[in-house]
Design a protein around this ligand. Structure first.
Ligand SMILES: Cc1cc2nc3c(=O)[nH]c(=O)nc-3n(C[C@H](O)[C@H](O)[C@H](O)COP(=O)(O)O)c2cc1C
Length: 366
């Protein structure tokens, strides 16, 4: 199938992309004590040099003591940290690239490192790591307010440093998603409630704070998922009507692009239609959407963490959906982690040069 649509330009607000390929955010843990190194800048620059339309950075922490659960994940606050990000965006721009940081708070997903803990208590809506598993205390109102402000400040810093957009990590069972999720958000105040729109107020206030910092024309992306790392089968929105009630307030509060995370992009969201999550979000809300999940590879990414390798796979099913306008942009994770030249190879039809994904790539900044 033709890749013309994949390599056609795209524009939203001040963001102009030369094509529809987005590098998916991927935590790399190569930033000692939270400061990105020159090797990290080089890693992103290589994707900019090789036809990636929009690079979304690895998740990078907002200014809360326990926003991150890994000492080598970059922070997005502090002088040294932001200076390092300035090097990254300057190098990406010099190579003709466009980039958004993914700003992140891990919430109740705690560290697996026995030798390190974050310098403060973990934030979470109700002190639950998963339904039925309490480990700590609910965030106070002051902590919620401070966290909202921290997201706003990080977005403001992204714009000030020269980034082209910003993405909020609202997916995969991390802090923003923990507020969405009734199984771990048991609050009965303004930040909780029986309905998804009530539990979305935290994300709404974050989006408003972000918008206040970046102005009207700067595009804001929010990444969302129905699935959680704590429960792959969970669905926040069981029906299209529930999805609309979830996403509409987020759009009204300032989300310009919905990044709809699935593990396999071809899986239908609801019975009776083959539309995926990004397809439904676009149809219901009318905003641009990004799809993601096993693009160009035979296996999905959670199995990859367990050591499974994946072979290159045809893009035909993806290109068909893109052609019919189901979504606007396509995020690619592991294929781009393994091979900085992936987009160029696809563009030039060098399909026999596409690489399998091997878990060992997670330990290298190719
Ligand atoms: C090593 C690795 C790290 C990841 N880190 C993040 C992250 O920081 N933020 C995020 O939203 N998703 C993260 N993901 C998920 C990816 O963005 C993407 O959704 C997933 O890998 C599926 O895309 P793929 O099948 O093309 O790899 C990560 C995935 C991998 C493989």
């Amino acid at each position: 199938m033709s890749t013309d649509h994949l390599f056609s330009p795209f524009k939203v607000k001040s963001l102009t992309l030369k094509n529809r390929i987005v590098m998916a955010p991927m935590t790399r843990s190569f930033s000692p004590d939270g400061v990105a190194t020159q090797a990290v800048a080089d890693y992103y620059r290589r994707r900019a040099e090789h036809d990636v339309g929009l690079i979304v950075s690895e998740g990078t922490g907002v200014a809360r003591p326990a926003s991150l659960n890994d000492r080598n994940v970059p922070r997005f606050h502090g002088d040294a940290e932001l200076a390092a990000w300035k090097t990254v965006i300057d190098e990406v721009h010099a190579a003709g690239g466009v980039m958004a940081p993914q700003i992140w708070h891990v919430g109740a997903v705690r560290t697996r490192d026995p030798d390190w803990t974050p310098p403060g208590a973990y934030d979470s809506p109700s002190g639950y790591s998963s339904p039925g598993h309490q480990f700590g205390e609910a965030m106070t109102d002051a902590e919620v307010a401070d966290t909202i402000a921290a997201f706003g400040k990080a977005a403001g810093a992204a714009k000030a440093l020269g980034f082209d957009s910003v993405e909020l990590h609202g997916a995969h069972g991390y802090l923003i998603d923990q507020f969405f999720w009734g199984g771990v958000n048991l609050r009965d105040d303004h930040w909780g409630g029986k309905t998804l729109p009530e539990r979305s107020r935290f994300a709404v206030e974050i989006l408003k704070a972000v918008r206040a910092e970046v102005g009207e024309d700067f595009p804001v992306i929010i990444r969302l998922s129905q699935w959680k790392q704590q429960d792959f089968t969970h669905k926040l929105a069981e029906t299209p009507a529930e999805m609309e009630a979830w996403l509409r307030p987020l759009a009204d509060a300032g989300a310009d692009i919905f990044h709809c995370s699935q593990r396999r992009f071809w899986e239908p969201e609801y019975e009776g239609s083959d539309l995926n999550f990004a397809g439904w979000a676009k149809k219901l809300i009318g905003k641009p959407t990004i799809t993601v999940g096993s693009v160009g590879l035979s296996g999905e990414f959670i199995a990859a963490f367990g050591g499974e390798s994946s072979q290159p796979a045809t893009l035909d099913r993806l290109l068909e959906r893109l052609d019919r306008g189901e979504f606007d942009l396509v995020a690619v994770g592991r294929a781009l982690l393994q091979d900085p030249e992936w987009a160029t190879k696809v563009k030039q039809g060098r399909n026999d040069e596409l690489k399998p994904f091997e878990r060992q790539a997670m330990g290298v900044l190719y």
